[in-house]
Design a protein. Sequence first.
Length: 216
Amino acid sequence: MSLIDTRSLVDRVYEYLLEEIITGAIQYGDTIKIKSVAEKLKVSTMPVREALKRLAFEQIIEIRPRSTCQVKVPTQQTVADTYELRELLELHALQKSIPHLDATRLGGLREIVASMKRLSEEKDPSVRERKAIGLDRRFHEELCRLAQSEVLDHYYRQLILHVNMTLIHKRTYAKLEKRYFQNHAELLRCLEQNPKGAVDILKRHFAETKKALFEA
């Protein structure tokens, strides 16, 4: 028996739009048309307007005349600040989880890393990159979930709403693709064999990505 969804209609539209932006289905700079969203979700325009007001309050979108809104394009400073905070949150989540970590809690990461390894078999570069973005997002979300903190998960989600994996990969994937699988597999292997050493590996992972993300 499925659980009853007790969220309000506005909440459901809001969560839908969040997911679309986080996954890159709606990209930074895209225009969101209220009527189009309402028709797609088969709701009236009112909950869509209210959901968009929330996103405007959170500085994710700009509301414009004629029932359209535009997703804000993050500035270089926003990208830098957000990525720095994301690093702090992930490191905190990892450090918090280590004392209570056991092999049974790493199943999600194992499945994701196995999928990353299989990506080498994908011949289409655009498909390979699109799948890599999704797997990378899932890996780091799962890493945060190891801390078993709803508060941490909430704030992590807000961060990747402002600067999602799609934007990061557009700027870094070509430079880091060769180590994409190895970096994540190394972190998982360390979590299995020497959890305390995983913190240094994650720091190195962020340092490599930041160099690719911000170098001229």
